[in-house]
Design a protein around this ligand. Sequence first.
Ligand code: PLP
Length: 823
Amino acid sequence: MLQGLSISQILDLTGGKLLYGENEFVVANIAIDSRQVVRATETLFVALQGAKASGELFIPDLISLGVKAFLVQKSFDEDKIQMEKGLIFLAVADTREALQKLAAFQRQQFKKPLLGITGSNGKTIVKEWLGQVLSEEYTVGKSPKSYNSQVGVPLSIFGLSSYHQVAILEAGISKPGEMDALENMIQPDLGVFTNIGSAHDEGFPSRKAKILEKLKLFNRSKFVIYQKNDSELSDSIEQEFPADRLISWGDEPGATFMRSVKKLEQSTRIILLKEDLEMLTFKVPFSDSASLENITHVLVAALSLGEQSTKIQQALDHLKPVEMRLTLKDGANESLLIDDTYSNDLAGLRVALDFMKLQRPKKRRVVILSDVLQHGAVEEVYREISGLLNEYEIDQVYAVGKEVHRISSSGSMEISLFKTTQDLLQGISPNDFQEDLVLITGARVFGFERVVNFLQRRIHGTTLEINLNALTHNFNFYKKQLNPQTKVMVMVKAFAYGSGAAEIANHLQSMGADYLAVAFTDEGVALREEGITLPIMVLNPVKESLLLCRQHDLEPVVFSISFLRFTAALTQKDKTKLSIHLDFDTGMHRLGFDESELADLSEILLANPQLELKSIYTHLAGADEEVHKEYSIQQLETFARINEKLKLMLPFAPLAHALNSAGILAFPSYQFDMVRLGIGLYGVEVTGKNEGVLKPISTLKTTISQIKEIPPGGTIGYSRKGVLPDGGRIATLAIGYADGYDRRFSNGGGFVMIHGQKAPIIGNVCMDMCMVNLEGITAQEGDEVIVFGPEVSLSDLAKRIGTIPYELLTNISTRVKRVYYLD
Ligand SMILES: *Cc1c(COP(=O)(O)O)cnc(C)c1O
C-alpha cells in the first residue's frame, strides 16, 4: 500500500463510526478474503457482503489468526463476537463502498502516470504486454491477473508502491452504472479503449450505451488511445472528447498513427506513420489479427508515454505469451508443483503465493524463483519479495540469477543461490523434494519450464485439465439460485465425476461448501487422508465398513430397517456416537425407506441415542425432464410429508434435502435445508434451460503419437474397419478405451479437435490408442489434440453415442493425469 492509514483517517474517508476499541492503530494492509491474510496484526479486514456469504462469518477465525481491525456493516451484531482488548471494529453503511473510498484515497497518493484500460476484449493482454514493454525503462505497477472488477480494482490499487514509476490498471464492467465507481478509484491520466464486442450486450440497452458507459473511465484523462478501424466505436469517442485529447490509430489515413502490416515468414512487421510523417517500424512474433490489434495499442501507449522505439523493440524481441495460468502438477515423491513459469512480477508472485497457501498442507513450502526483470528500484523490489516470502512462511528458497541474491531471510527460511538455471538443475535432484509444495516462478529468459519438467512426475500424453475458476463460477451460479440459509452438499462421488476428488474437495472446502458426499466408504477415507475436514456423507456403505466410517468421521446413509437395526446393535456396546443419514424412497425405487416405515424407524432411533441423525433425504427420478414434472412434485410432496411426520416423532429436527443439480433449477421452492449439487458443478447443465451460463470445467487433451500416409484402399486398425479408398493421412493418438475414450466413438462415431478443426475417428478405438483422419488438417507429430472441452460440448458427444455426459466424465481412467489451474 502507498500509505499507512490511521483509524481516524479511515473513519474520515469512509464516513464510518468506531464501534468498538481504541483509536490508536495504523493499518498497513487491507484484506477482504480470510484465506489470504498475511501480516495479520497490521491488517484491516473489510467484511464484504458476498453472494455466497458475508465476510463477517470469518471474523472469529481471523481474530484467532491475529487480525485486530475490522470494517463491518452498520447492521453488524457486536454480541456475536467475544470482544477483547486490542480489537477495533469500524462500522459503515456499505463495506464495499468504503473499500472503494479507501482505494480512491490510495490512488491519490500515486503521483506518477497511471494508465487505465477498458474495452470488451484484450484488456488483460494489453495490460500485461504493455507492462513488459514499459519494464524496459520503468518500474511498473499493475493489476494482478484480471483484477478489474468493483473489488478487484481496489485490491490492484492497494498493490501499488511508491517506487513504481508508472501504473497500469484495467477496468471491467457488465452493467450500466458500474463505471463511475471504477473511474473514481482509477482516475487514469491516460486511457486505452481496446475494442467493443458482444460481451455483456445483454446488460445494456444498446451497443452505443455500452460504449458510453465504458468511456466514463476517461472522464478526467488527459489522453484517450483508441482505434479507428471500428467506426461505431471511434465515432462515439470522437463525439464525447475534444480532438486534443484523442490519440488514434487505424489502417486508413486520418488517424494519429496510420498502421500498415506486413506479414513475414515467422513474424510480422508493423509500420506506424505519424501525422508529421515520421515512420516507426516494429517486428512482432505473431500474425493473428487479435494479437496485432492488442500489440498496436501497446505500441501507441508506450510511444505516448515517451518510451524510445529501440527500447520498445527490445521488449518485443522477448515478448512472452500472456498465459496467466497457475497450474498444479504432480511432482516426484508425492510433491505438488505449482507451475507459474509465465509470470514474473511482484503482483504475480503475490497471487501465486496466495494460491500456494490454499493448497492442502504438505511437509514444506518451497519456492524456486529467478531474477525479476524490472528496470530500476532493485533494492526495494527484493526487499518486498523477501517480505512476501517470509510472510507466507516459505521454508526453502532456490534463487536463480544475478540480482536475486538480495533476498534475505528473517526467520527459518533457507536460501540457496544459483547463477543460472543450468547450475540449479545440476545442483538439485527430484529426490530433494518429499511431499513438498513447490512453487516455480521465473522470468521467461530463465526457461523454468525445464525445472518443471525435471521435477514433474512422468506422465503419458493424455491429461484432463480442470479449470478451478470455472468450478468456482459454477458453484456460485447454483449458490445464487438458493435462499441464503440453504446449505450445499457437493457430490464428489466417482472421483468427483472424474475430476479428481481430493483437489476438488479442497477447493470446495475453501469456497464454503457445507457438506460432501461420496458413494463408498473408501472414497471418504481417501478424502480424510488428504486432509479434507468437511463433513462427508457416504451414500452406499456396506455393513462391514460402518466402524471404518466412525473411525474416519464419515457419516453413512442408512436405507432400510434391517440396516438400521444392524447399525444400532453395532454401536450399542460402546455407546460411541455415529452420525447417520436416512434415505427415503419416494419414487426412485433404488434405495431407501418407505413412508410406511416411519413409526418403526423412529422407535429404533429413540432407543439408540448413540445414533445421531444428521439428515434425511430423497432423490428425484426425473428432475431434468419436463415430462416428469408432476411425478417429481409428487415425490417432493411425499418427502415434505415424511419430514413433517418425523419432526413430530423425534425430539430433534435433522436437515432435510431433496434437490440435485437439475432439481435446484426446476423446483426452487423445495430447497428444504440443503441441496445436493452434482453434475452442474462440473459444468454440465442437464436441463438445457441455462445453456451457456455454466462453464465447462474440464478439457481432455491428448497428443499425436504418429502421422501416416495411407495408400489407396488401405485399412486402419483392428478388424480393418477403417478404410481409405483413395488413401490419405491419419494420425495415431495416445488415448484409447482404457483411458475412458468410449469404444462407441469408433468409425466416425466421434471426433477430436486438432488446431480448431474436426478430425473424425477412423477405424476401431483400441485399448490405448485411436486413429483419426487428417483430411484437410495440417498437423505434426506431438501436436495437441482436444477430445472434449469448452469448444467440444460433452453433452453433444454423449448424444452421438447414445449416453449421458455423466458416463463420459466418470469413465475417464485414473491413469489419465489430472492437472488443475487457475486462469
Ligand atoms: C449423484 C447424486 C446426486 C447428484 O445428482 P446430479 O444430477 O449430478 O446433480 C444427488 N443425490 C444423490 C442421492 C445422488 O446419488
